[in-house]
Ligand binder design. Sequence first.
Ligand SMILES: O=P(O)(O)OC[C@H]1O[C@](O)(COP(=O)(O)O)[C@@H](O)[C@@H]1O
Ligand SMILES: [Mg+2]
Ligand SMILES: [Mg+2]
Length: 340
Amino acid sequence: MDHNKLALPVGTTLDRFIMRKQEDFPYATGELSQLLRDIALAAKIVNREINRSGLIDIAGAYGSQNVQGEDQQKLDVIANIRFIRALRNGGEVCTIISEEDEEMIQTGNNQGKYVVAIDPLDGSSNIDVNVSIGTIFSIYRRVSPTGTEGTERDCLQTGTHQVAAGYVIYGSSTMLVYTTGNGVNGFTYEASLGEFFLSHPHITTPKTGAIYSINEGSSDHFSEGTTAFVAYCKQQNYSARYIGSLVADFHRNLLKGGIYMYPATKKAPKGKLRLMYECNSLAFIVEQAGGKSSDGRNRTMELEPKGMHERSPLFIGSTELVEKAEEFLAAEYSDVVAAL
Ligand SMILES: O=P(O)(O)OC[C@H]1O[C@](O)(COP(=O)(O)O)[C@@H](O)[C@@H]1O
Ligand SMILES: [Mg+2]
Ligand SMILES: [Mg+2]
């Protein structure tokens, strides 16, 4: 009996889980394990900042805009600093792309084998109103040789090249959910012990569900296909649930079944969400949990990134719901083509 392959019990610490899983890979050298620990450490620090954000003056806008033209919140900047510092100090990462920085961030760890794409604080519009927010990350192995700075080619890889991806949700409890391509596991943070504990082993998402998540405030700008699918969801008496924090909406639907959509609209032809550190990361998770993710037509993880902050429409969640949405969009597309 290969004990390493045994399912680890609920309550296993993240550290122990990472170590035991590393033993499953005889050629593993521990760098990815250490990188996952570095991310968990930064998440603990950011969690502390978020929990006390109402008490100390870190609420509100920071006073500058990021490359997307969005007003940065103080916590966006604090989370960005904390994750970059942990990844730099950890030594495993040569280059970082972050939602909050226009250019690639060279860490100085030229021997580092990994590149990280990160959304340090997801759900910025919910920061000051005590609604769940998150962090989203993707990890890639560099393609350029070690000993040099990471390149744009290292950063612009398709989602299928992710070696790991995950998110942290800072909600009623704080959880870290991630995959290294061998299923999805969730860990709950016990602040008094300063530890993440395995609480959700082998997460799988239902094939279908009765929840749809989309900002209907933009419905005037929806395409015909999106409008038709939303109408279909209502006919099916599905529940509309939209928190406005991608991580939180995704997490709920992952566990309960459902679909989250941020479609292309007339005002945002490529949607809003960023391919490298929002869409690809969650696409890897949902596929590993038995779900599906696309831009309405193409598999998210096969989309060729053209820029670090490129946007992509996102339809993600239970396979049957995403496929149903794709059917409505395909009908719209064939109408468009027929009209050409
Ligand atoms: O307000 P909208 O247009 O519905 O957008 C909400 C979406 O934008 C986001 O806040 C974008 O992410 P950031 O907060 O990281 O910029 C998502 O979390 C959320 O799903
Ligand atoms: Mg985000
Ligand atoms: Mg963000």
